[in-house]
Design a protein around this ligand. Sequence first.
Ligand code: NDP
Ligand SMILES: O=CC(=O)O
Length: 328
Amino acid sequence: MKPKVYIAKPIPLEVEEYIAQYCEYKIWDKKEAIPQDVLYGEIADVDGLMISKWKVSEEFLDHAPKLKIFSNVAAGYENFDYELMKKRNVLGTNTPHVLDDSVADLALGLILMTARKLGRLNQYVKDGSWSRLDDEDFLGQDVHHATLGIIGMGNIGEKIAKRAALGFDMQVLYNNRSRRPEAEEKYGAVYTELDVLLQKADFVLVMLPLSPETEGLIGKREFDLMKPTSFFFNCSRGKIVKEAELIEALQTGSIKGAGLDVYETEPVDKGNPLLKMDNVVTMPHMGSATEATRFKMAMTAAHNLVAGVTGQNPPNLVKELKDMAKQK
Ligand SMILES: NC(=O)C1=CN([C@@H]2O[C@H](COP(=O)(O)OP(=O)(O)OC[C@H]3O[C@@H](n4cnc5c(N)ncnc54)[C@H](OP(=O)(O)O)[C@@H]3O)[C@@H](O)[C@H]2O)C=CC1
Ligand SMILES: O=CC(=O)O
């Protein structure tokens, strides 16, 4: 008998066909997020679940007593509770690497949009406001040859460093838990204490995972250290930044602008002051959102899922759960 799995989001047909070879499956194929009561009903007798970022709690696992694997369709996995998953013997996987280049492209796009005011300029032309040549009201800041400070130099951080150093001749500073010798050699990235990075960088970009150590890491103290001419970017998770303190730093001119793909609450509240600020570019958490990358993420999650329900070690078991891997 094939193992049973539930796929709690729409996925490409090819990925569904791959899963169908190994598993009996059901799928939530509507655009809107699956309601909790529907999910809880569907997972009562499944061996595996494929979903994006649902919180793993006692209550959730009580509704899925047979679950062997939680296959997250995302690189981030702050929704996992490692101790609980070990206790209940539930493997947890993510989809790293396949999205690195797409997220890095978006990060550079956000930097360009913010520093060179690209969104506002686009609107200016489309609105029919472009009435004189050589308009100097919209002068921006140079990205090339500026200093980029990356906080969180992991898989994605390195791809951003590559683009910045080799494509834009930027000086890259980085702060991370461990040193990244390859980024230092290939892109001239310089390991820098956090406070010094904040003081020196023209563009500060957060690419850390959300964890108890990183939640609220960036706030007033950190914005005060930045130059009033500097820009702040967050492409990882909103809760790493104290959003009210970011808003204050932008309002008081303690920093010059910001580019955000992520927020404390998502979708972002319609009344959020960030949405009204001309010096802030706001994206709807779209780092990995290309057709090719979303396909690869779904297929990676499917490989993890199938491995987990067929007794193999899933290729992307997260490092915090590595001791759950079977010894071969
Ligand atoms: N906007 C979007 O659409 C997307 C956002 N993301 C977010 O980006 C995050 C990063 O992704 P990715 O690059 O793949 O992850 P990685 O795990 O490859 O990189 C994270 C880096 O952060 C470092 N780090 C972790 N904790 C700390 C800490 N407390 N202090 C300093 N450094 C720390 C790690 O260091 P070390 O290696 O030494 O542990 C690692 O180098 C994801 O967790 C996710 O939240 C991801 C994809 C898309
Ligand atoms: O936010 C997206 C992810 O893959 O993590």
